[in-house]
Design a protein around this ligand. Structure first.
Ligand SMILES: *Cc1c(COP(=O)(O)O)cnc(C)c1O
Length: 236
């Protein structure tokens, strides 16, 4: 099916649900993104800063760009002028840098805390305790140019739907706890970004408010050679 047809199908599935669809366009071309854009999709997610900046510069300005991949502190400045949501905040240091760069751009940047829910070594994110420590830190009250609007998580890459369900359930429960403890009076704290092509149905059942879907819209990704040569830990 075409990109437009895939999108239409997915949107039909999501209609009447309160779930934001983020079209994950990493490795995809300008033309492919434009096809989705012309089919009505306005929110796109990328996981590399350089690729995100290039696409932002070349594509229509009413696109909302989300950063969904690991973010290095020294790269924040490149996306601070335009990014609409950063899904991958995993340290206080990073949050402080986002605040600093947002201030320079005279804006407030919305962020999600990325929470580690998978039973894999390789995924980035905060443990439950680390997230709570971050929110308890004194410093956080001085950060006026970031707004934490929820959490994000990536489930284990497994064929076992029960495990995925449990991981998403944990994230949802953790979100509710944070809401009670830290954001009781903040209606903006409402997002749970969970679910990708392979597991978004389970994620929605478990209360996801944002799904990040790439291959089900754009087809399989081919990893560019320059990225295979890089150390994945150094990516971005
Ligand atoms: C690539 C990516 C996605 C989308 O993955 P698909 O399986 O293609 O839907 C979602 N979230 C993150 C963080 C990603 O890096």
């Amino acid at each position: 099916m075409s990109i437009a047809a895939n999108l239409t199908e997915l949107k039909k599935e999501l209609s009447r649900l309160n779930v934001t669809l983020i079209a994950v366009s990493k490795t995809k071309t300008k033309e492919e993104i434009l096809e989705a854009y012309q089919a009505g999709q306005k929110v796109f997610g990328e996981n590399h800063v350089q690729e995100l900046v290039e696409k932002y510069e070349q594509l229509p300005k009413d696109i909302q760009w989300h950063l969904i991949g690991h973010l290095q502190t020294n790269k924040v400045k490149y996306i601070a002028p335009f990014v609409s949501l950063i899904h991958s905040v995993d340290s206080l240091k990073l949050l402080k840098e986002i605040d600093k760069q947002a201030k320079k751009n005279d804006r407030v940047i919305d962020c999600l805390l990325q929470i580690y829910i998978a039973d894999e070594e390789t995924k980035f994110g905060l443990g439950f305790d680390e997230a709570i420590d971050l929110l308890r830190s004194e410093d956080i009250y001085s950060l006026k140019n970031v707004r934490i609007v929820g959490v994000m998580g990536i489930a284990s890459n497994t064929e076992n739907p029960k495990q995925i369900k449990e991981e998403f359930y944990e994230l949802r429960t953790f979100f509710e706890g944070l809401k009670q403890s830290f954001f009781r009076n903040e209606s903006s704290f409402k997002e749970i970004s969970m679910g990708m092509s392979g597991d978004y149905k389970i994620a929605i059942e478990q209360g996801s408010t944002m799904i990040r879907v790439g291959s089900s819209i754009f087809g399989k990704r081919v990893i560019p050679h320059w990225r295979i040569q890089n150390n994945p830990a150094e990516e971005n």
